[in-house]
Design a protein around this ligand. Structure first.
Ligand code: NDP
Length: 296
């Protein structure tokens, strides 16, 4: 029987733990604060930010939201980041990406105080992760690790294939998989759009993580019997629904489920974990900044 990895259930347990941590911090006079900054009128970005704010409210994190006109000069965004860096009530800062073309994304990431960089994208935090001394693990890769842990998928000595090499998913996840640490110690192959014969790689893998943003392109014929399949992809495809589209992953679920030992659905797999791990990092940031021990 294929095990369906229920991201909603695991995320809900993590959120309960986070709620307890928030209470512990509040007992010491600290309410964790997360600032979200939106410089975009893209409806998807607006939705992501409002979901993050709603998540904060549910666990007792103080959500602060700043909106900047997408046509405003870049300086306005940098001034906002400086102000939030200096604000002692803000423990985590998230600038919703993408930013407009006239704003240098890398400069934005570098402008955030690394101690408040709850996305884990600042070069200092990337370096710490690679060095095996992570301060904040980026939310999606961390969420994938937590899912594997919850379902007792052993990464130790496993052959893992990560399809996708983005800075936010593929690269950091592969880096976590190769760490000498729990949910690490995997022999890891990173694949991308120039990979020759992708199927030859995925077919021998014990764990396949699909993070390419290509709808349903990994199917059951590309998988080893009993493999664990983690589908990070979220793709809108035209469909005969009220909204005119549906969300599908990078994995062809039906054929993959017939072969896999365990698999995440889309939606309800990695997505809720990404959201939960942002709250986790915010609470961790507050704990570090105030030197208060919490059990995360
Ligand atoms: P990017 O577009 O930044 O990266 C995609 C990666 O996939 C690139 O490295 C690209 O290769 C590779 N790729 C593209 N096509 C192929 C192919 N045919 N075969 C092999 N590799 C390929 O995407 P992200 O990492 O930001 O996101 C990936 C997916 O995950 C998207 O669907 C996104 O919506 C989703 N996502 C979901 C999250 C969640 O919480 N569930 C969170 C973040 C992302 P190359 O480098 O050569 O271009």
């Amino acid at each position: 029987m294929t095990e369906i990895i229920d991201g909603n259930a695991v995320a809900s347990d993590i959120r309960a733990e986070i709620t307890d941590c928030v209470e512990t911090l509040q007992d010491s006079g600290v309410t964790p604060g997360l600032a979200t900054v939106l410089m975009s009128d893209d409806p998807a970005s607006e939705t992501y930010v409002s979901m993050k704010q709603q998540d904060c409210e549910e666990v007792g994190i103080n959500g602060i939201h700043v909106e900047i006109d997408p046509d405003a000069p870049a300086e306005e965004l940098f001034e906002t980041i400086d102000r939030l860096n200096d604000d002692p009530e803000v423990h985590g800062i998230l600038v919703q990406l993408p930013v407009p073309d006239h704003v240098d994304k890398r400069a934005v990431i570098r402008a955030i105080d690394p101690a408040k960089d709850v996305d884990g994208f600042h070069p200092e935090n990337v370096g710490r992760l690679v060095a095996g001394d992570a301060r904040f693990k980026p939310c999606t890769p961390h969420g994938v690790q937590k899912l594997l842990e919850a379902y007792e998928v052993d990464t130790e000595g496993a052959d893992a294939v990560v399809v996708g090499r983005s800075d936010i998913v593929g690269k950091p996840l592969a880096n976590l998989f190769i760490q000498k640490a729990p949910q690490g110690n995997a022999t890891t192959t990173i694949c991308h759009s120039r990979t020759d014969d992708l199927e030859a790689k995925t077919k021998t893998a014990d764990i396949v993580v699909a993070a390419a943003g290509v709808p349903e392109f990994i199917d059951g014929s590309m998988l080893k019997e009993g493999a664990t399949v983690i589908d990070v992809g979220v793709n809108r495809v035209d469909a005969d629904t009220e909204k005119g589209y549906e969300l599908v992953g990078d994995v062809d679920y039906e054929s993959a489920e017939a072969v896999a030992g365990a698999i995440t659905p889309v939606p309800g797999g990695v997505g809720p974990m990404t959201r939960a791990m942002l709250l986790y990092n915010t609470v961790a940031a507050a704990s570090e900044q105030h030197d208060i021990d919490i059990e995360l």
